[in-house]
Write a protein that binds this ligand. Sequence first.
Ligand code: KIV
Ligand code: ZN
Length: 529
Amino acid sequence: MTASPKASSNKERVVIFDTTLRDGEQCPGATMTHEEKLEVAELLDSMGVDIIEAGFPIASEGDFAAVHEIAKRSKNAVICGLSRAAPKDIDRCAEAIKPAKRHRIHTFLSTSPVHMKYKLQKEPHEVYEMVIAQVTRARSHTDDVEWSSEDGTRTEIDFLCRCVEAAINAGATTINIPDTVGYTTPEEYFNLFKMVRERVPNSDKAVFSTHCHNDLGMAVANSMAGVMGGARQIECTINGIGERAGNAALEEVVMAMQVRGDKFPFVTGIDATMLTRASKLVAAATSFPVQYNKAIVGRNAFAHESGIHQDGMLKNAQTYEIMTPESVGVKQTSLVMGKHSGRHAFQHKLQELGYELSDNQLQDAFVRFKALADRKKQIYDEDIEALVDEEIATAHDRIKVLSLTVIAGTMGPQSATLSLDIDGQHVTTQSTGNGPVDAIFNAIHALVPHDAKLELYQVHAVTEGTDAQAEVSVRLSENGRAVTAKGADPDTLVASAKAYLGALNKLTSRRVREQIPAGGRRIHSTDAG
Ligand code: KIV
Ligand code: ZN
């Protein structure tokens, strides 16, 4: 079942295909737990995403389980799974998406000379036959099939046209021409869609799609150029997360069409006022920070610091704002929070900041807010954001910090006494180390033995002042897959322990889902770009 590209207004409809949970989650360090994926999918569905690419079911038991569960829970969106050309990939994908009311198989194959020669080690005529076979197989499971020519922008045009024609003849209803390596330019991508649509005789039988990576910083511009060239689906991710430099950012393509309807006369089904919430949820779930000056959802996107700008803004906001903060879900925050603020005010503040928590999450976050307010005089919005992001990220954690005492200073060795709650059991140990952070991480290692490698340890202050909360990011890697987690606390060392445990929790939950022992291997490896 294909999402209709027709709009009710006189503007043409562009279908939004979100791949945050597949191409986004695939990038190093952006791993989400099963529960986090479900939460993100629910929000994408409710904000009007047409197609959710929920994962790559053959990649692992965990990916399969997430796609399957998202398919069961989906309300409006088409649920899509990715598969390579092999029949077992396609069949596994079909099984995963089956429970969805509307589902799609997205199957891809490389078509560029360099990919065919070195990656596939196949001749073009063999690849051509594989395209027909993969689409035919996918069509035997569902009538909504998308075919992608991986590395499409570096594919020889005659061969691309032949493959696209064959894929449509075999039953593909969407044709995606990805800029897999982020190499194309707007003019070139525009011409590519125009040319393929003109030259392929059955091109009117499929919706064409863009899929742009951001290696040269042109993913959004290229996506829009593709639409001007005739594409009516954009593949994108929240916050632009994705392989290497990322994918086209959903919030940017949506707002480009909304704000510059004169240049891009298209509409989407996205409720733009939910963009900020989606950005925050994905940032919290992945522990992937949003660049401060990121378009639409960055912290500074609506901040005006210079005197001239502030003066203009006070006279008329249109002097320096091309869209209102409210139009993307940023509320003017008014309430000042402190230790006398009650639950109702806290809830109101969360709404202003664009969060929506379950009753349990709200209760836990409120308890933590009160504890923070006891220790810190002024509670800024950033403090609450750090606290709530942590609440979202740790809601399903199996290992939690109970207490931590550290002895540090010039007279080493530094030592840490750490108590953890592991699945309800309390355990304690004392370790020494080369500095307090090393001592804490050694204590964690003693209580939770693992082979993960520490790849990144970063500290930054959430706000100004010496009583500011510290936000620590930790990235751990295991068997070639990295996870990142954040921990926030007025005490930098406690924040460090929380961040390290957050990353370990993510690795543990991935191992359980994928049925691999600590230090073991993933069941399958994949190569989607
Ligand atoms: O970038 C790419 O080519 C991809 C395909 C799997 C569509 O992600
Ligand atoms: Zn991609």
